[in-house]
Design a protein around this ligand. Structure first.
Ligand code: ADP
Ligand code: MG
Length: 649
């Protein structure tokens, strides 16, 4: 090792204030300090209160920059280092011990000791081992998991010393380490520092107490920001044994995953420590997320229900019926030649007339009262009603008024309870024998009626053999373009009025109803989105508020973290992690609350539709809120001046 000093200060000056903005007069605290400290030295800097010792220590430890002068560390000019490089230097080279211990109150002794290693990227197992070893060596082996407030002052200071050594502690900077201790604990701490020096650590002790300073081989006296006495650099610089005494450390970046995990753990602790306050803040997010989920579930549930009912017979279908069919008004019934008129209207794809009346079907000894219908071959297509067994009757059957029938599922169940295959068998419809050629697919009930309770025969057969009158009960119309539903309905009405010489039909425009329903649903969605946005913004402001409060309350912790080597982005990351954790918890609780409410509604027979996408969306928005509203507080935390932060302002 050469004789070059580890630390060299040349004409360091530091002044505060003097900027026109803050109004305070400029005060020069350090007025040209020049100093050389060699590796392995034990130096005491002594001076009255206010003489500038702490300021000097902050500059030595790279927590603060000099206003003027040069600081060479190991021959390199620290003035040219950027913030990250300074953080690296603090992490790798320095260990601070303060008068007020400066431990993070929410973390255990061991976790406090591990903080510097966290930012240095030491793997967890190595971290644990080293912190345990250090604490045990300092007589704290039985207090690893105690929180600072469960420890005496002397014990806390030992934890702080262990922390200073965690990353190697080549240079231990101790600012009045015994200032808050009783004389016995103080003596123990001094013994520890002497021991460290003996092991080869460079120890710089700052004190106002000459007696304590006298325990160091070299004493530098400072008065009013100037060195007034120095007992002298050692003639033979101590061999730099520190590097050998301290296990070599793998340098490098902290792994983001480990750091995030740690930040999350710390965040959880802070949240838990302030659970009442956090809970109140979260309420906004919880309510926002839960209400979005409930409203979406109920909204789409009822919409699904309506749509399902409407779509029973296709969403592009409308029905034409004669006025007389339902009211007591006078009016002519629909006629079969109306079908051709409707077919000629543009946008009409297919037309299916239907004639219905009650009939009795019989097979063997079983009678069953059901809905009898006459239909054309367009029936299956227009009403989306396929045959699942056998086949639909065809145009030839229609032409010759064939005695063939297709039956609904309910009729099948009644008449063929014996399980035999209905296709090909004969049944009586109002005493007329018909042959079953097919079974219709199940439709369930719609409009309170069992749609499967029916038997359908060719229109011609129904007219000729069952009812004797050629008047369709209704005519189903399938259109091509749903958006033109209203126009098409109007055109049908107009053509029929012309053809029938009078406006005596009504049209149930299902397609239009669905279009309106869809538009309403869209509006609803926009409204829900707005409600969600508002509640999340309100929740976000709450989160921001609490985060700003947290940053304020924890300035000292931030200072400690920076002093132990955290970079600005580490601090930023930690507070962002907290904000996100808070909102993620809020989002999770909100999702749970929303789902529970929705299930409750479902049990109460309110139609609800659960959607994982809606839950994910609401949760994602909550987390996004945390990211957005946590950013500002996190940035202000990261930008705190570490010296002021340590002073706890
Ligand atoms: P010591 O540690 O020797 O007691 P300090 O270094 O803490 O002294 O402070 C030296 C002088 O610098 C004091 O007069 C103090 O008021 C002033 N001082 C310290 N920090 C600041 C600051 N951030 N702004 C203005 N003045 C400061
Ligand atoms: Mg001081």
């Amino acid at each position: 090792m050469s004789g070059a000093p580890l630390i060299e200060l040349r004409g360091i000056r530091k002044s505060y204030g003097g900027q026109p903005r803050d109004g305070a007069p400029a005060t020069e605290v350090l007025r040209g300090v020049s100093l050389r400290i060699h590796a392995g030295e034990f130096v005491a800097i002594v001076g009255a209160s206010g003489s500038g010792k702490s300021t000097l220590m902050h500059i030595l430890g790279c927590l603060d920059r000099a206003s003027e002068g040069q600081y060479l560390f190991d021959g390199r000019d620290v003035g040219g280092f950027d913030a990250d490089a300074l953080a690296w230097l603090r992490r790798e080279a320095f260990g601070f011990v303060f008068q007020g211990y400066h431990l993070v109150p929410t973390e255990s002794a061991r976790e406090n000791v591990e903080i510097p290693a966290l930012y240095a990227g030491m793997p967890e197992a190595a971290r644990r081992e080293r912190s345990t070893t250090l604490l045990s060596r300092l007589g704290m082996g039985t207090r690893l998991d105690h929180r600072p407030r469960q420890l005496s002052g002397g014990q806390q200071q030992r934890v702080a010393i262990a922390r200073a050594l965690m990353n190697g502690g080549r240079i231990v900077l101790a600012d009045e380490p015994t200032g808050a201790l009783d004389s016995r604990s103080g003596a123990e701490v001094m013994a520890l520092l002497r021991e460290l020096a003996a092991q080869g650590h460079t120890v710089i002790l700052i004190t106002h107490d000459r007696e304590i300073a006298a325990q160091a081989p070299r004493v530098i006296e400072i008065r009013d920001g100037q060195i007034v006495a120095d007992s002298g650099e050692p003639q033979e610089p101590a061999a730099a044994a520190a590097d050998a005494a301290i296990p070599a450390l793998a340098g490098g970046e902290a792994s983001v995953a480990a750091e995030l995990r740690d930040a999350m753990r710390a965040a959880w602790r802070v949240m838990w420590g302030n659970r009442f306050r956090t809970g109140l803040t979260l309420l906004g997010i919880v309510i926002g997320v839960a209400s979005v989920i409930v409203m979406l579930a109920v909204g789409s549930g009822s919409q699904n229900q309506v749509m399902a009912q409407m779509e029973t017979f296709g969403s592009r279908t409308m029905f034409v019926a004669a006025m007389s069919a339902s009211s007591r008004e006078r009016g002519a019934p629909l006629r079969l030649d109306d079908v051709g008129v409707i077919e000629s209207v543009p946008n009409v794809l297919a037309v299916a007339p239907y004639i219905e009346d009650r009939v009795v079907v019989r097979r063997g000894g079983i009678d069953h009262n059901t809905e009898g219908g006459g239909a054309t071959v367009a029936f299956g297509k227009v009403l989306r009603w396929p045959v699942t067994e056998g086949a639909m009757f065809d145009a030839a059957d229609e032409r010759r008024a064939a005695k063939v029938a297709v039956i609904g599922q309910t009729v099948r169940k009644r008449l063929f309870a014996d399980g035999s295959d209905p296709v090909g068998q004969d049944i009586l419809v109002d005493k007329v024998p018909f042959q079953v050629v097919g079974v219709l697919a199940a439709k369930g009930s719609s409009g309170g009626e069992d749609q499967d309770d029916r038997v359908v025969v060719p229109m011609s057969a129904a007219v000729a053999r069952l009812y004797g009158r050629p008047y369709p009960s209704w005519i189903a119309v399938e259109i091509r373009d749903r958006d033109l539903a209203s126009e098409t309905a109007a055109a049908i009405e107009a053509r029929l009025a012309e053809h029938r010489r009078g406006k005596d039909v009504r049209i149930w425009n299902q397609a239009e109803a669905i279009r309106v329903q869809t538009a309403t649903a869209r509006t609803m969605t926009v409204m829900l989105g707005l409600i969600a946005a508002v509640s999340l913004v309100v929740g976000g402001i709450g989160v921001m508020n609490v985060m700003l409060m947290t940053v304020r309350e924890r300035t000292r912790e931030i200072g400690i973290r920076v002093a132990t080597g955290a970079r600005q982005r580490d601090i930023q990351r930690q507070f962002m992690a907290e904000a996100v954790l808070v909102t993620a918890v809020g989002g999770g609780v909100g999702v749970a609350a929303g789902l529970i409410t929705a299930v409750g509604l479902w049990l109460a027979d309110v139609p609800v539709a659960f959607s994982a996408a809606a839950c994910a969306l609401a949760f994602g928005c909550a987390v996004l809120t945390g990211l957005v509203f946590g950013f500002m507080p996190a940035r202000s935390a990261a930008r705190l001046d570490p010296v002021l932060a340590l002073a706890g302002e």
